[in-house]
Design a protein around this ligand. Structure first.
Ligand code: ADE
Length: 419
């Protein structure tokens, strides 16, 4: 039995079945797992992972294990763990696992340190907490680390500030920036799973609702698109003028949050920043307004301001906290402002995580296979890996595509041919 801190090992059987169900929709990762089993490209590597502990993540862990890596995993968010999956990882698959849904902040950080006890040669993060903890509390590990991977936009923003401060001391690959990651996971994954989380938590009808999407990055684009598809009237708020213009031409109303706050029925923050919804917005919201966050950290909604304005609060149903304001209005915060899609639903569907995690697996192999360590910096996923994953995914969907003829290629590569 590996080291573990999970809720209940007797849940392992349910976890195994759900992990197998997710695997059906992860054919690209499955193919990588089969090759890894034969070739063992990760032999001798120790991977420390801080990821949402879900059925999809379990399939990634099994792929890395098949490749010969030793593993330890902890949660990348206190509310996103699927306890049956954590039990299966530890109890059935022999993977060191530290993750309990609803763990408090102390336990969350203790689990990070436990993963670093492995000690890893490679880190894998979703939000950069492991990299940050290495640099703050376990600097002696830096010499052994040959590289890391980062899964999400928020983590990349954090790593870029570290790099700008000259504080980043080992190479990290930005899995988030692969086309086969953000164009699908961030857009279609977040789009679907965010609405899924809000629906499961509230059972609201989307049709006819005024839905305010705060942030129009790839996640915001996906959320807005799916809300529109459900018949909502979608309003977008943005700080970036190009993105705001794009939202306008994609057919949404664009306005500042100060205006949107007065008319929205449902608010969704997906900015990667903080206080997209702040005290002054709660001041003017309609009675009954609902708000949720689908960005990585729970700082996008200013909960402290909401609490200070409220007379009382109660959990009116799971993941729904009703705040009664001093003027009598009732406002509804979902999932404590944490990622609604993972807290109240199951996160992105396996079919998109298939590509995100294929990137993680192939980048781990890439880092492990380099003749020498990359200098500390943030690196893109090699284009060949990105294109390979897209080709495998297309094939798994039964789709073939054209290839350029020699004549077409020569034309594309020539600068002398014009009109
Ligand atoms: N991030 C978003 N959805 C996820 C999922 N299903 N598994 C792991 N990480 C995720």
């Amino acid at each position: 039995m590996p080291l573990a801190d999970v809720k209940d090992l007797s849940l392992a059987g349910d976890g195994v079945k759900r992990i197998e169900w997710a695997a059906r929709e992860m054919p690209v990762l499955q193919q990588i797992r089969e090759r890894f089993s034969r070739e063992k490209p990760l032999r001798g590597q120790r991977v420390g992972a801080c990821l949402h502990v879900t059925t999809e993540t379990a399939n990634l862990m099994l792929t890395l294990q098949a490749g010969g890596a030793e593993l330890a995993i902890c949660a990348s968010n206190p509310l996103s763990t699927q306890d049956d999956v954590a039990a299966a990882l530890a109890g059935e698959y022999g993977i060191t696992t530290f993750a309990i849904k609803g763990e408090d902040n102390d336990t969350y950080y203790r689990h990070l340190l436990s993963v670093l006890d492995l000690p890893p040669t490679i880190t894998m993060d979703d939000g950069a907490d492991l990299v940050a903890t290495v640099h703050k509390d376990r600097r002696e590990l830096i010499g052994e680390l040959i590289g890391g991977m980062e899964e999400t936009t928020t983590g990349i923003v954090r790593l870029r500030s570290m790099a700008a401060d000259n504080a980043l001391k080992y190479a990290v690959i930005s899995v988030n920036d692969a086309d086969t990651k953000h164009l699908f996971d961030n857009r279609y994954g977040t789009g679907q799973s965010t609405l899924d989380g809000i629906t499961r938590a509230t059972n609201v009808l989307w049709a006819g609702k005024k839905v305010v999407v705060c942030g129009y990055g790839w996640c915001g684009r996906g959320v807005a698109l799916r809300a529109k598809g459900m018949g909502s009237q979608v309003i977008v708020t943005e700080v970036n003028p190009v993105r705001a213009l794009e939202a306008a031409m994609d057919g949404y109303l664009v306005m500042p949050m100060d205006e949107a706050a007065r008319i929205g029925d449902i608010f969704i923050t997906v900015t990667g920043g903080m206080n997209g919804l702040d005290g002054r917005h709660f001041e003017v919201m309609k009675n009954g307004a609902i708000f949720a966050n689908s960005g990585h950290f729970n700082v996008e909604i200013n909960i402290k301001a909401l609490e200070a304005m409220s007379e009382r609060s109660r959990e009116i149903r799971p993941f729904v906290e009703e705040y009664t304001l001093k003027d009598g209005r009732r406002l509804y915060l979902l999932a404590e402002g944490r990622l609604i899609n993972l807290a109240a639903a199951e996160g992105h569907p396996a079919s998109v995580m298939d590509m995100s995690f294929a990137n993680q697996a192939l980048c781990t192999e890439y880092v492990a296979g380099l003749p020498e360590r990359l200098p500390p910096d943030i690196y893109p996923v090699p284009k060949e890996i990105d294109h390979h994953i897209a080709s495998l995914k297309l094939r798994s969907l039964g789709m073939a595509i054209d290839t350029l003829t020699d004549q077409q290629r020569a034309y594309m590569e020539s600068w002398s041919e014009g009109t």
